[in-house]
Design a protein around this ligand. Structure first.
Ligand code: SAM
Length: 236
């Protein structure tokens, strides 16, 4: 008797940003699989829900996946959550979901909070089509290559970045997209200090030099208009 693996988004800051359905599923499942149990306990206590938790993160996923699959195969309903937002979006989850599908386990995804979507809709950049790179490669050469490949698509380029790497990453963005390309930094979305920092890459980087960089960021860069010759693969 296989049971269901529910993919349950949780807030990205503001605790009100959780759906009625997510709360009901969290109440009804047998177990919640999460990243940092301390983080999920905070949310569940806020919702007055008490459930057994299983921690699941990159370093223990190989060991955990067979355990979680066995529980599902034994008839347990499980909710997968992450520390924030939609599980499997730049979060552990993908490998569990893939393995569950290979075991013919029913997967039910719930829609909900996601930093990427929250950022793009308020960015003023085209929302019909964009490129999301998750967290960029760390090595500057690989990062440059990754950004350059995304630039060739002439769509808004979006990625997640940590505050302590932001300035260095913006420098590489300037090399790839040029000083005048417009960027939007969506900071601390849904939280008390939510802020959208907009302007050219040069202006935004210069302004950041003069302030402490704190909080969580989504970086969005406007679509690049390539001129003829910028892309050797262009059909003429
Ligand atoms: N699964 C999450 C989602 O659905 O957006 C993303 C998790 S990823 C590990 C965490 C990154 O998402 C952060 O480093 C930051 O770039 C972005 N992020 C999460 N919460 C955010 C917020 N409130 N404001 C801005 N960015 C946020």
């Amino acid at each position: 008797m296989h049971c269901t693996l529910y993919i349950v988004p949780t807030p990205i800051g503001n605790l009100e940003d959780i759906t009625l359905r997510a709360i009901r599923v969290l109440r009804e499942v047998d177990t919640v699989v999460c990243e940092d149990t301390r983080q999920t306990i905070k949310l569940l206590s806020h919702l007055k829900i008490s459930k057994p938790l299983i921690s699941f993160y990159t370093q223990n996923q190989l060991r955990r996946i067979p355990q979680i699959i066995s529980m599902l195969e034994a008839g347990k309903n499980i909710a997968l959550v992450s520390d924030c937002g939609t599980p499997a979006i730049s979060d552990p989850g993908y490998y569990l979901i893939k393995e569950a599908l290979e075991h013919n386990i029913n997967i039910v995804p719930l829609p909900g909070a996601c930093a990427l979507i929250t950022a793009i809709v308020a960015s003023g950049l085209p929302t019909d089509s964009f490129v999301f790179l998750g967290f960029l490669k760390r090595k500057p050469g690989k990062m440059r290559k990754e950004l350059d490949a995304a630039k060739q698509l002439e769509k808004a380029v979006i990625f997640y970045e940590s505050p302590h790497r932001l300035l260095k990453t913006l420098e590489i963005c300037r090399e790839v997209f040029g000083d005048n390309a417009n960027v939007v930094l969506a900071r601390e979305l849904t939280k008390k200090f939510e802020e959208f920092i907009r302007g050219s890459l040069q202006k935004v980087s210069d302004n950041l030099q003069n302030r402490e960089i704190l909080g969580e960021f989504v970086v969005l860069i406007e679509p690049c208009k390539l001129s003829v010759g910028d892309n050797d693969n262009d059909e003429q």
